[in-house]
Write a new protein. Sequence first.
Lengths: 335, 352
Amino acid sequence: MANATTDAASDTSTLAIPVHVSYIQKLGESQDDLMYHLTSHLRLNAVYWGLTALCVMKHKEALEREQLIEFVMSCWDEKAGAFGAHPRHDAHILPTLSGIQILVMLDALDRLDAERVISFIFSLQSPTGSFSGDRFGETDTRFCYCAVSALSLLGVLDRLDKDRVVGYIRRCKNFDGGYGSDVGGESHASQVFTCVGALAILDRLDEVDSETLAWWLSERQLPNGGLNGRPEKLEDVCYSFWVLSSLSILRKMTWIDGSALERFILSAQDMEAGGIADRPGDMPDVWHTLFGVAGLSLLGYPGLEDLDPVYCMPTDVIERRGLRKAWLALPRREM
Amino acid sequence: HGIKRTKVDAAAIAARREKEKEKLRAYLESEKEILDLKEANEWSEAALQLTEQFLNTNPEHYTIWNYRRDIFTKLVFVSWTPEDAYQRLVLDLRFTTSALKRYPKVYWIWNHRRWCLENTPSGPGTEPDSKGEEGIDGWEMAVWSQEVLLVEKMLSLDERNFHAWDYRRYILSHCPPSLRRSDADELAYTTRRIEKNHSNFSAWHQRSLVYTSLWKEDPSQRAPALDQEFELVKNALWMAPDDQSGWLYHRWLVGSGDDVTILEKEIGVIEELLEVEPESRWTLDTLVYYKRLLMKHRSEQGKRQLVEECRRSLETLCRIDPMRRRRYEDIGKRILEAYSYNVAYNIQGATL
């Protein structure tokens, strides 16, 4: 006969905020874990994921502000003038965006040598309009999004040749209305987000085949309510953000079943250890924890902070900087 | 991603950490040693060795890949003989091959491969070929021809690995001219992949790229190719009507619906399928889509008929696919609005 503890552990019908907050707080305590160190190439990104998740759950204060800022600044690569993923790691555009996002959320952008970062970002742009991740030249639409988002958060989007970037994104559009990692890359929900997000920031959503793409996105929903990233693939909680935010930007979030998705995300929670996994029964991690709560926020789950789907940051932060675009999320339900 | 959760108690976690302690200590010590050398600008063979051992344990440490490449640039390509440098690169490619077997989706490993290819030093030439093409030497040929084989191996292991497909496209567009595939060859390759597995969206996507480029160069090629393509995709739709790949490709082939002959013919093909599977949602959805396109070719009465057919199909869709009900309702509204506008203003050929 099931006892109360078992019932509580398996009842995932609500978002267990306290246990997820504690999970995020404990992440920095895994210094004795080999796996913690094997993922140091993602550390600054992970701090951004954790902090944003806390903000969405209205527990921003759970991580100490000054400590966070210190950590961000310790990732500064003085030679390159941008952020690496971890102290002593080389600068790269992915952790650079994360660093900027964290400083913006903590209202500490003044700690940044903005001009150096801006130089770094522009040094990564190619004549075709695409962006590399670092000096070694890997090209990916993810980096395009990072550059556009970072420049916009720093208030210098006007320095960008927008038409050139838009032209590049246009060339990444596929026969199904979706976008890939580079020109010719197969459509994938995360790349759809990066391209649609970048176009939203650049006020060029006219470039998108809205109806076709929204259809492609709506077809990511599987019978179990979860979303996949491309045809015939498995559902994964992180697509609750990549797909959902894209739909929100296209103002077509109603084209999927929000309640079914909500139930799916909630069922992927680890109610004991905290955190959210890619799907029910799997190990949680901070990436899926963020994208799970981000998805829930867009779906109007009660008690959460509003999240801007273009920037994946709290809406009040984005609105204060005058960067809000015309996206549409589901209305926040009462508790 | 995809790691099963297991119930672990504090004792089990402590035991694991004890076991890993030595491994962790060694790992951190190695990392520190390498980063110290890097920051001291040491470009030595010893450092090269250290990075290789380290990357074997953790191929996702991009900073150490960077250091390795810098050692190549500052030492190997500068002070070694071209022959030694080439051999060293071949070893690196082999190293990434075995790394990719364990980690087929790690961006950093694929990146390093590209870098190796792009930095292969010029070597002794082979016999000049009959076309007298420039720049092809024995080393380049050896290295690039290996890549085509590797990428086909990776794709046979996982047909949907987009890293492998991206890499394949890169190889085929950058390799020495004599290794390039003709469009016909590439189409044949995708046909083989599709026939093996109709659900291979990545192969359909590749096909769309080849044709897009072909038709851009020579628009007259489009019409004859279409007949063949419609046949191919019709098979896929019949074999697997619940699979998205064929439907997306079919819609792309039909395009804007300006060619009414094609549109009517394909509507016929889809309606045949519907007779066999009356509640197949892709079939219904596609029919609505094509009928909307057809409206611009029809008179007022014809339009009215199509609007009614769409309305009924959308009703069925709401019933069989409640998850996406709002989409079907939105489409229904749009059709009605456009039709009413049409009627009110007596406008011919308005897009719905």
